[in-house]
Design a protein around this ligand. Structure first.
Ligand code: FAD
Ligand code: UDP
Length: 362
């Protein structure tokens, strides 16, 4: 008899399992995959190179609370991610910064001049309602077309005007020369990898882990008081309110007989190829190796549900499931799929810590 059955051993499920176990609850955590860690799972491939099975995962957060919580389970390696975009035959810093603008337009502007240069190009809107407007309002048409429109169509099979403003607003526009992808206070990678961190989280006498186990198949057999569900919420409710749309990816890994494949960790291809970006893992992990492994991300309609798709219609569709949740006191939803939110890892951890506090203060 368990106090809690937790479905999904990714960040959401593992944080909740660990917190509940620490509070004295007996927890069973199940995952249908053959490993823990969810989409953050990493492993050494056949060449001995540490890779991320579900695409590159870079940890960054402004939350001291999240950073300190995870620090109980891992040491860290300082790592600042850098990305170049391949546009018109040049490799240019992404997010767009002063260097991008100087090289793209063939000018030589200082930071103040970049600001007024952009001010002349910006479109103005009374209210920003979608991802196209969010970028046009910052940089105008040329940069929008070359850096955002094609990439977004490829990634989502939707144009920026069809997506919530929050999607493209993830990418800042800078007038200085800062070429880091993120500017968070904490930009770190787990020193021994994500999977090792998850192993330490779940290594608790009150936690039992069951892999290759689909919740649907065991729900009648296992006895538990409360359920935490971090899989897709529509699947939990047998799609009674219709399927929620997700975007998937195919990952093509390649190992090359060179120690370095490309000049930075990630190169984005907004306007060419069927993949969106190429990432070289050794930059992320700091591993030294004579060979190197890269991954190309090919967006697809079918496959594992990796991304909720942030549109106004989909937010409404999710609201219809929220109405279902209210009927069950002993079932709690968490994580990117359980709450249908385009969340980064740190946001999922913060959300799970909040849910834990709510559960304990009832
Ligand atoms: P998941 O990690 O998806 O875990 C859910 C788990 O539930 C899965 O393991 C699944 O197998 C299991 N499950 C589902 N249904 C069932 C069932 N019926 N029975 C049993 N088990 C079930 N975030 C960042 O902060 N930085 C990044 O650089 C970054 N890069 C990303 C790159 C890609 C390509 C993707 C797809 C995501 C990226 N993210 C990144 C986001 C990050 O992956 C998520 O925020 C985080 O992994 C979500 O954790 P979760 O526990 O909610 O979900
Ligand atoms: N984006 C873009 N061009 C880029 C990078 C990002 O148009 O070179 C847009 C695109 O819509 C993408 C979103 O910004 O889906 C968020 O990018 P991010 O790198 O945060 O995506 P993730 O790492 O979550 O896939």
């Amino acid at each position: 008899m368990y106090d809690f059955l937790v479905v999904g051993a990714g960040f959401a499920g593992s944080v909740l399992a660990e917190r509940l176990a620490d509070a004295g609850k007996k927890v069973l955590i199940v995952d249908k995959r053959n490993h823990i860690g969810g989409n953050a799972y990493d492993f050494y491939n056949e060449h001995g190179i540490l890779v991320h099975k579900y695409g590159p995962h870079i940890f960054h957060t402004n939350s001291e609370k999240v950073f300190h919580y995870l620090s109980r389970f891992t040491e860290w390696r300082q790592y600042e991610h850098r990305v170049l975009a391949s546009v018109d035959g040049q490799l240019l810093p992404m997010p767009i910064n002063a260097t991008t603008i100087n090289k793209f337009f063939g000018v030589n502007l200082n930071h103040d001049q970049v600001e007024s240069f952009l001010a002349q190009r910006r479109n103005s809107f009374d209210r920003i309602t979608n991802s196209q407007e969010v970028i046009l309002a910052k940089v105008g048409t040329e940069l929008y077309e070359k850096f955002f429109r094609g990439y977004t169509k490829k990634q989502w099979d939707l144009y920026p005007e069809q997506l919530d403003a929050s999607v493209c607003a993830r990418i800042p526009i800078r007038t200085n020369a800062d070429d880091r992808y993120f500017t968070d206070i904490y930009q770190v990678m787990p020193a021994q990898g994500y999977t090792k961190m998850f192993e330490r989280m779940l290594n608790h006498p009150n936690i039992s882990v069951l892999l290759q186990t689909d919740y649907k198949k065991i729900q009648e057999e296992v006895r538990f008081n409360e359920l935490i569900y971090t899989g897709p919420i529509d699947e939990y409710f047998d799609y009674v309110r219709g399927p929620l749309p997700y975007r998937s990816l195919r990952f093509d890994f390649e190992t090359h007989e060179v120690s370095t494949y490309q000049p930075v960790a990630t190169i984005n291809y907004p306007n060419s190829y069927d993949f969106t970006r190429v990432t070289e893992f050794k930059y992320l992990t700091g591993q030294t190796h004579a060979r190197t492994t890269i991954v190309k991300e090919f967006p697809t309609a079918n496959g594992d549900p990796y991304y909720p798709i942030p549109t106004p219609e989909n937010a409404e569709a999710y609201e219809r499931y929220k109405a279902e949740i209210g009927k069950y006191d002993a079932v709690h939803f968490a994580g990117r799929l359980g709450t249908y939110r385009y969340y980064n890892m740190d946001q999922v951890v913060a959300q799970s810590l909040t849910l834990f506090n709510n559960l304990m203060s009832r």
